[in-house]
Design a protein around this ligand. Sequence first.
Ligand code: GDP
Length: 430
Amino acid sequence: MIIASKEIFKLEVFYVFLDAGCRMQDAGLRDAGCRMQDAGCRMQDAGCRMQDAGCRIAGYQMTDMDERKDFKSALNVMEGVEQPGQVDADAVKKLKAKRQQALSAEDFVRGIISENRTVLSIAITMIESSLHAHQQKAQEIINACLPFSGKSIRIGITGVPGVGKSTFIEALGMSLTSAGHHIAVLAIDPSSTRSKGSILGDKTRMEELSVNEKAYIRPSPSAGSLGGVARKTRETIILCEAAGFDVILVETVGVGQSETTVRSMVDFFLLLMLSGAGDELQGIKRGIMEMADAIIINKADGDNINKAKAATIEYKNALHLYPPAESGWNPVVDICSAQSRTGIEKVWDYVKSYSEKTRQNGYFVHQRKEQFRQVLTDTIDQALKHDFYNRGDIARALKHYEKEVLEGNLSPYTAAAEMLKINGETVKLY
Ligand code: GDP
């Protein structure tokens, strides 16, 4: 079989990772040994991070990569790599775990606050890991990083697929980095469990930004519930801030629940829209418009400019119907073209004005505190529920009481009270 040279190169990259003591974690490549399909996508991230890390992973000089003319950027390695049969997934996992344990929590914190991208990436991988030991260490790292965090502006960006989110982030990111900012781009993608981290993965996205040394792009954690992914993203924000990133962009796909989640972790929420398509067509629920601090009509270029301008009037009128925001900020509606990079600076001006205004009136700090408070109670809720429903005696009793309720022998409230008694709690239901 003839194997194309590009394919050979991909395999080479794969073996370099293994050879480097499976530091694929360093590059944000989870489960690299066993999920090479996934690794194909993550290599985008890996490519940038390896460059960030001075193109050195365990002593291997990636300068070789630069010399390959057919290799424009790491983002072009996308189709994934077949997993060779001889890879012992268990051994790879153990090796990776050992490597991670080698760094103490203090080492991590020192590395993160001295802006070492490689250490930051390993720490984020620990946050994403489901291993208990990793979680424990991750929590130590997060707590130690907390005093160094919080100094960024966190911006949530949403809009339906195709509206131009990644093009916009690339444009905004390039503009901000050239003005001296350091930006981190994170993503929440509820579909990523199914599509193995499709966001920032399966298509060429943010090519310029991904090789920009002032930018750090981290794909969405690909496993777990939206709640789990949200927690990981919140914790990742803390580490990124401690690592000196002063603008955090959190992207989400406009499909309902994830916007609310992203709203609850950012300071400023930006909704990208298209002109000429109704809200319903764009899948944007009214509640999402209500959460937005700015609605920006993208693709305002070519023949589309007038339509985009007309759309701003519609959205401004629609926004008047909502009650004034608690922040004291009046949401803005404007146009931009991410592709021709017009109107992007204006969006940043809105963010700055919002930040100034809400810092002055106290809302900025109030909102962040509220977000922390919410995380605290949500986490307790989730843990209690998880613990409750995973108990064998509860599961058995639930089956019994469900039957009683469905057959009309017992009211659901009485059954719930009986269930809670089993838990040993005296909980008032009313
Ligand atoms: P996402 O799915 O929301 O991240 O959207 P993308 O950034 O991938 O963009 C989807 C398509 O719209 C791509 O083909 C882009 O080139 C195109 N696009 C993005 N922004 C603009 C814009 O401002 N003007 C025009 N004409 N096309 C754009």
